[in-house]
Write a protein that binds this ligand. Structure first.
Ligand SMILES: [Zn+2]
Length: 393
């Protein structure tokens, strides 16, 4: 006998299914959800629920799909609080700081890396995240990248091989030799525990030709591409992401009209990471231009010890609304359904029959409060389905 549970008296339910309710968020008021076998089996008005099921009374709270954090870097040791303080005192952000975390990560034991990952995963869950992606990228040797992905794969289905994060110190002046390693032996060792392949394509990291080499090798090995693009300066990263049908082009801070048109006409999601701009005191990406052109936006934390050490999706929503001119509805959609699209997932980021029962209730009557009450922990309860077996990319 499978367990059936109904969440009753939901004040405002975001389904992200326009066929089920009002507007793009498919909002139902005085709503209920029925869960069976960790899937949503029914959504509708509270008054219409089958009275035989186990019920949980939400007393008018808002309910929405669990947040989907489609971009995080959680496989690391150490922190860079001193670097943050220096930057807030006027120093510029550069990609080179990553090497400090590489040194600390290589020196850490497996147990330490796993414990740090579990700590951050628990933070994410407390902040309402029910699916998160994490990347390697602080090992930068075949052994260290492969162990990071092996540990990551034990806590999330969404693992990304980011051997091409920066050129490590021992390859200084020989970037093409390092690219050959990333696209060769290192890839072979990492692919079994990765769904995605990613490259930091930007100033101080890898150029477009190097990024293409790595992504094509990953695709040939069965991984699906995504790309760090156009964070620090304008370049060809977004065009490359679209050319390769990447699931997501991430950061998108420096875009021209051609980039925006390309994203709008593609299946590639623009993943915006306002925690990075917040923490590096940099200009935010122009979300309004992307939305008005018809591009799909995801919001994610970019949680990492250098440029965005936060696990708070609520903060991302507040920043997107206040600083990037997204509406509260757009920001909440991008933090849920948008994140799911950036991971090419249809079973999460929505609450409609058949979707995973990954559900978040708020100590607030509406999802708008996530932006309206910045800095306040509004997370009431989180329901999260267990991991599925590795999804073929
Ligand atoms: Zn990143």
């Amino acid at each position: 006998m499978s367990e059936t549970t109904a969440l009753l008296n939901i004040g405002s339910l975001v389904t992200n299914d326009p066929a089920l309710g009002d507007g793009a968020l498919g909002i139902i008021t005085d709503a209920a959800i029925v869960m069976q076998d960790r899937r949503v089996s029914w959504v509708g008005r509270s008054a219409d629920v089958d009275p035989t099921t186990t019920v949980i009374d939400l007393e008018g709270r808002a309910v929405l799909p669990g947040f989907v954090d489609s971009h995080a870097h959680l496989m690391f040791a150490g922190d860079r609080a001193d670097e943050f303080a220096a930057r807030m005192s006027g120093e510029a952000y550069a990609a080179g700081g990553i090497r400090r975390t590489v040194t600390a990560t290589r020196a850490a034991t497996d147990e330490h890396l796993a414990a740090n990952l579990r700590r951050l995963a628990a933070e994410l869950r407390r902040s309402g995240v029910t699916t998160f992606e994490t990347k390697s990228g602080y090992g930068l040797t075949t052994i260290d990248e492969a162990r990071a992905l092996g540990i990551a794969r034990s806590v999330t289905d969404e693992t990304t091989y980011l051997g091409a994060h920066v050129v490590p110190a021992e390859f200084e002046g020989r970037p093409d030799d390092y690219v050959a390693l990333v696209a060769g032996d290192m890839l072979d060792s990492c692919a079994p525990n990765a769904k995605w392949i990613d490259v930091f394509c930007d100033r101080g990291a890898f150029d477009v030709d190097q990024a293409r080499t790595v992504l094509l090798a990953g695709i040939a090995a069965g991984l699906a591409p995504r790309l760090h693009a156009n964070q620090l300066q304008h370049g060809g990263g977004v065009q490359l992401a679209v050319e390769l049908d990447a699931a997501s082009a991430d950061h998108c801070t420096h875009l021209d009209d051609r980039d925006i048109e390309a994203l709008a006409a593609s299946n590639t999601v623009a993943t915006l990471l306002p925690g990075a701009e917040f923490s590096t005191r940099s200009p935010y990406p122009d979300a309004r231009r992307l939305l008005d052109a018809g591009a799909t936006i995801a919001l994610a934390t970019d949680c990492n010890p250098g440029s965005s050490y936060t696990t708070s999706m609520s903060l991302m929503i507040a920043l997107a609304v206040r600083e990037m001119h997204m509406t509260p509805d757009e920001a909440v959609w991008s933090a849920t359904r948008g994140g799911a699209k950036a991971l090419r997932r249809s079973d999460i980021g929505r609450l409609s029959p058949g979707s995973r029962a990954d559900i978040l209730s708020l100590n607030a009557p509406s999802h708008i409060h996530l932006a309206y009450r910045p800095g306040v922990d509004l997370i009431d309860r989180v329901w999260q389905s267990p991991l599925t077996p590795k999804v073929a990319a």
